[in-house]
Write a protein that binds this ligand. Structure first.
Ligand SMILES: Cc1ncc(COP(=O)(O)O)c(C=O)c1O
Length: 480
């Protein structure tokens, strides 16, 4: 296969070239009725390529032409047997993965620090989670990854589990050692599903940790939009091996993806794959050199600590392009530091109570690196004496699961003040966002620890998703 091709991009360009009168969707008709100011802000090329399933442009849900070929090229580039374009982010891929391997009532091993799309997959599939609490790195107050021995132990206790799901890399760039986890799952003939939303670049450079497919994962999602160069919301789902029923997977994808997939998103996936296949090694060489330099310079700033491989034990590796900077030594909390950095012209990816996280990608260069180091130097200079020894936040609590998430979501409920919700069963989730890792999921007991952790996170300035009451004073609980 020739990775210089970009069949979907070519098909869109050819369609535009033909100049057919478009008596079909979308209603803006190639930009003729594009609403101002986006008509000029976006330019004609973008509007003209926002097309739909007309002859020559194939159909995502029954691909036979340009999309099929583009997906095959992606599979080849990423080392999968088959790849699927996702137009609703990795979230859709994760929901489809769970639906493809779990029936209602089936157990699945999942780390507790999984993204809320895993909860959505549990609700849609009816699967029951067996949560693995990840070990915590005390110096940064962040979850580490999952170890093979934890998975082995969980599989001993839950021999009927239908799959193992691992999140790697984490939001903080921490990578679990997947090969022994894959062996543990495969020795019981169950699949390993990997939420690799943050890792589509892994495996494309020898200095990066190995990719999930090379380690033997059966299904992997990649948010190419997060760290590579496709448009926001576009992602990939990869499959390999005989443990996944590919027809059922394709069916699940039809359930969770729109019937009007955006050709802009899909074309960006095609072009992103081409760029990665042709220039990935060179671009990543440059990025890794930049990341090394930035890490070294931030490491010299007083009061700031950058998460490095030396902070991790041998069980875990680190994606060097992800920068987690602990700001507590400078007397700041994460959200407070993030606000300070915004004033300096730098927008981080996220902040937790102790850390600020930055994503470096092939879109960075010496100028953006300089801007980041300069803003962090200003933060270090604004150090608040006497506030340097704050408590590092503990791991999030793991409340007992009293009802499978699906049953909890459909059960009768009432709203009560959070302070009076103690020991009730949650009907909705509480999710600090970012990173989108649930503090509480539907079906879980609202323990005093959950109420306390929620109050602490709020006080630290963390934002939340999930609760219908934005003030967080009330929560939906089950009427049981
Ligand atoms: C670990 C993890 N998994 C999955 C997702 C969902 O990815 P997407 O935004 O592509 O739907 C995210 C998004 O932040 C994430 O952090």
């Amino acid at each position: 296969m020739d990775q210089r091709e970009a069949p979907l991009v070519a098909a869109l360009a050819a369609y535009r070239e033909r100049g057919l009168l478009p008596f079909h969707t979308p209603g803006h008709k190639g930009g003729r009725a594009a609403p101002p100011p986006l008509d000029t802000l976006w330019g004609p090329g973008l509007w003209q390529m926002d097309l739909t399933e007309v002859p020559g442009l194939d159909d995502l849900h029954a691909p036979r032409g340009a999309i099929k070929r583009a997906q095959e090229l992606a599979a080849r580039a990423f080392g999968a047997e088959e790849s699927f374009f996702l137009v609703n982010g990795s979230s859709a891929g994760i929901m489809a993965m769970l639906g493809a391997v779990c029936n209602p009532g089936d157990e699945i091993i999942v780390p507790r620090n999984c993204h809320r799309s895993v909860t959505a997959g549990l609700i849609l599939s009816g699967a029951v989670p067996v949560y693995l609490p990840p070990p915590v790195l005390p110096s940064f107050g962040i979850p580490l990854g999952i170890r093979a021995r934890d998975v082995e132990e969980a599989l001993e206790k839950h021999p009927r589990a239908k799959a193992v799901l691992v999140v790697t890399p984490s939001y903080y760039g921490i990578c679990s050692d997947l090969a022994p986890i894959a062996s543990a799952a495969h020795s019981r003939d169950i699949p390993l599903l990997v939420d690799g939303a943050h890792g589509p670049h892994l495996g494309f450079h020898p200095a990066l940790p190995a990719g999930a497919l090379a380690a033997g994962a059966d299904l992997v999602v990649h948010s190419t939009h997060k760290v590579l160069t496709s448009l926001t919301q576009s992602s990939l789902l990869h499959r390999q091996g005989r443990r996944i029923d590919r027809e059922r997977l394709a069916h699940m994808l039809r359930l969770v993806q729109t019937s009007s997939p955006s050709y802009l998103l899909m074309a960006s996936l095609d072009a992103c794959r081409r760029q990665l296949a042709l220039e990935g090694r060179m671009l990543l060489d440059r990025l890794l050199a930049l990341a090394r330099e930035v890490r070294e310079r931030i490491g010299t700033l007083p009061g700031l600590a950058v998460l490095g491989p030396e902070d991790l034990c041998r069980d875990f590796a680190l994606d060097p392009t992800r920068l987690t900077v602990n700001v507590q030594g400078a007397g700041f909390g994460g959200p407070e530091a993030a606000a300070f950095l915004r004033e300096q012209g730098v927008q981080p990816e996220m902040a937790d109570p102790a850390n600020v996280v930055f994503i470096l990608t092939v879109g960075d260069d010496a100028a953006t690196a300089e801007g980041l180091v300069g803003a962090l130097a200003a933060l270090a200079a604004a150090r608040k004496p006497g506030r340097g020894s704050r408590k590092v936040p503990e791991a999030l609590p793991l409340p007992p699961l009293r009802l499978p998430p699906r049953e909890a979501v459909f059960a009768p409920r009432e709203r009560v003040p959070l302070a009076r919700a103690r020991n009730r069963i949650a009907g909705e989730e509480i999710v600090p966002y970012p990173p989108g890792i649930p503090l509480l999921n539907p079906g879980e007991e609202i323990t005093p620890e959950v109420i306390e952790a929620f109050a602490e996170l709020r006080a630290a300035g963390v934002e939340f998703q999930g609760l219908a009451d934005p003030a967080g004073a009330e929560i939906a609980v089950l009427k049981l």
